[in-house]
Design a protein around this ligand. Structure first.
Ligand code: DGJ
Length: 551
């Protein structure tokens, strides 16, 4: 009997060890830069986060049954989902990993990756996700105060007890991920959420005031190319009307930089902070197109004018990432231009608006893109009788419904199966992507010996582009051989022209295909009406492999 027990114990131990050994430890995701282009490497190869961010309260196990069906319907490969400090540390120093473990297990079941959003000291400038034990001690876990000492609903970046607590909790989260996620289900972690303080406010606490009146640190002066003209270069003297903004950003960045560093020391996943839709003014980095009165700030969040301050003050953050909610093409592209820098890979952790913006992001070598509010937690539609006009509804009043998720599904279902190839070609500099902009009916992409023309609103075989009734077209074109291209898109026509003026193009072979297991699978050849006027892309997902030659 005793012998049997020993034998069973050995078999059990062996089984457990074998199971653990079977979970292969994969390479840690990392950002890689080559020739000025960035990629997120997952399993040692470029990856693109075809993402979806869930609603703020959808990271609870009870909500997950309404998350996964939406993600599947949409076709995303990665879900951005919050981890709430108030849940994670219900009592000081006692960490509850159960929800994170549920997220890991269910994401794996659904063959999805995760980006975790650490909702902690800041969530949209507020401290609403700090644990209850902190909320009950407001004199210890302090808030920003105005010039009269009145507290705002925003955490003070000078509060050492909050910084210590957040750093410890974040390190605990990252340590747990390191142990619990050898599969690298989690690709990256966002530290805080849209930090800052609404309403142009910086902290006026005595400690903050003292620093505000002290000289600006040399690294900030250097990063902002700010000459220290004054004999006593404090923040006011150096930054003038932008002094509060620059100072508050430096304070918040220092704080978040320390939280990030604590997490990174535990587990070096890529970390980023997301910027609330930016402001457009700064004396030091002027925007000539926007003279006049100062704009209002989500002050202290990494808006476009202070990215260098963040880079200096928070080096443990890999990226400063714009929440790009611009609804117009010019505004959307401007945010991508600003945050795509030699020292900053561009990632769009929140977005809305048109699905064609995906092509804008891809065309700017983004490492990922994630529309916000993608789950079915609010399946009920607003009753017609109570429905305000659409233009009166902010986007987040419509999130969480099938109607809201649906517009992204065709793009994601087109790109999803070919995403690793797309990410590789983009990283190698072989891919270009464009989307329709008002007033631009055609765009030319140059590929050495060939030009590709993407035109919009061409409805007749030899018709001229007139633009779609509203901008909705988008395409990617990648050169996969000297005379061969991969093309996919919507609501546009793509054609090729030899760069040599005395030659004309003829299609050698236009293959319609589909992607299976990452490889192009031939379905049929297109010819005749399907190619004579150019290659037409409409509402249906379509991938073509096009071989061209000249005569
Ligand atoms: C931006 C925030 O980062 C999100 O968490 C969410 O609050 C949306 N705004 C709007 O609902």
């Amino acid at each position: 009997m005793r012998k049997n027990c020993v034998f069973l114990a050995i078999v059990f131990a062996f089984t457990v060890l074998t199971a653990a050994a079977q979970v292969k430890e994969r390479p840690i995701p990392r950002l890689v830069k080559k020739d000025g282009r960035w990629a997120l490497f997952v399993d040692d190869a470029p990856y693109f986060i075809l993402g979806a961010q869930v609603n703020n309260s959808s990271g609870w196990p009870a909500a997950l049954p309404k998350v996964w069906p939406a993600i599947e319907f949409m076709g995303a490969n990665t879900v951005e989902i919050p981890v709430y400090w108030e849940q994670f540390e219900p009592q000081q120093g006692r960490f509850d990993y159960s929800v994170v473990d549920t997220l890991l297990a269910q994401a794996r079941t659904h063959r999805l990756h995760l980006v975790l959003l650490w909702f902690a000291t800041w969530k949209n400038g507020n401290p609403h996700y700090i644990p209850g034990w902190m909320k009950l001690a407001p004199e210890r876990y302090t808030r920003v105060v105005d010039g009269n000492g009145v507290p705002a609903d925003s955490p003070s970046p000078f509060c050492t007890p909050s910084l210590d607590a957040d750093s410890k909790a974040f390190a605990a989260l990252m340590r747990h991920l390191k142990a619990a996620d050898p599969q690298r289900t989690v690709l990256m972690v966002q530290v805080e959420n849209e930090p800052g303080t609404g309403g142009d406010l910086r902290d006026h606490s005595p400690e903050a005031q003292k620093l505000f009146e002290s000289p600006v640190p040399a690294d900030v002066l250097k990063a902002m190319h700010a000459p220290s003209r004054s004999p006593y270069p404090n923040w006011q003297a150096v930054f003038g009307r932008d002094a509060d903004v620059c100072f508050h950003n430096w304070s918040v960045a220092k704080y978040i930089g320390q939280v990030a560093a604590a997490g990174k020391a535990a587990y070096p996943l890529p970390l980023y902070v997301n910027a609330a839709p930016g402001t457009e003014r700064c004396a030091v980095l002027p925007v000539p197109a926007q003279p006049g009165a100062p704009a209002r700030y989500e002050d202290g969040g990494p808006s476009n004018n202070v990215v260098p301050i963040w880079k200096t003050a928070a080096p443990a953050l890999d990226m400063i990432s714009p929440d790009d909610y611009a609804t117009d093409s010019a505004g959307y592209l401007r945010a991508l231009d600003i945050y795509h820098r030699d020292d900053n890979a561009v990632y769009v952790p929140e977005t809305g608006g048109s699905p064609r913006f995906f092509f804008f992001a891809l065309g700017h070598q983004a490492i990922g893109f994630a529309p916000f509010g993608m789950d079915f937690t609010r399946i009920k539609a607003i009753p017609d009788a109570a429905r305000p006009k659409d233009e009166l509804l902010p986007p987040w009043a419509r999130t969480g419904t099938k109607e809201f998720v649906a517009p992204f599904a065709p793009t994601y279902h087109l790109i999803g199966p070919m995403i690793r190839e797309v990410a590789r070609l983009n990283f190698e500099g072989q891919l270009q992507a464009v989307a329709e902009e008002p007033g631009k009916v055609a765009q030319t992409l140059r590929f050495g010996a060939w030009d590709a023309t993407v035109s919009y609103g061409v409805w007749a075989r030899y018709g001229r582009p007139a633009g779609n009734p509203q901008p909705m077209g988008g395409a990617l074109v990648a050169q996969i051989g000297d005379n061969q291209f991969l093309v996919a898109g919507f609501y546009c026509r793509v054609d090729f022209r030899p760069a040599a003026p005395d030659r004309r193009r003829q299609f050698l072979r236009v293959e319609e295909g589909t992607y299976a297991n990452g490889a192009f699978k031939f379905l049929r050849l297109l010819n005749g009406d399907q190619t004579d006027g150019g290659l037409d892309f409409s509402s249906e997902p379509l991938v073509l492999r096009v071989s061209v030659t000249t005569y």
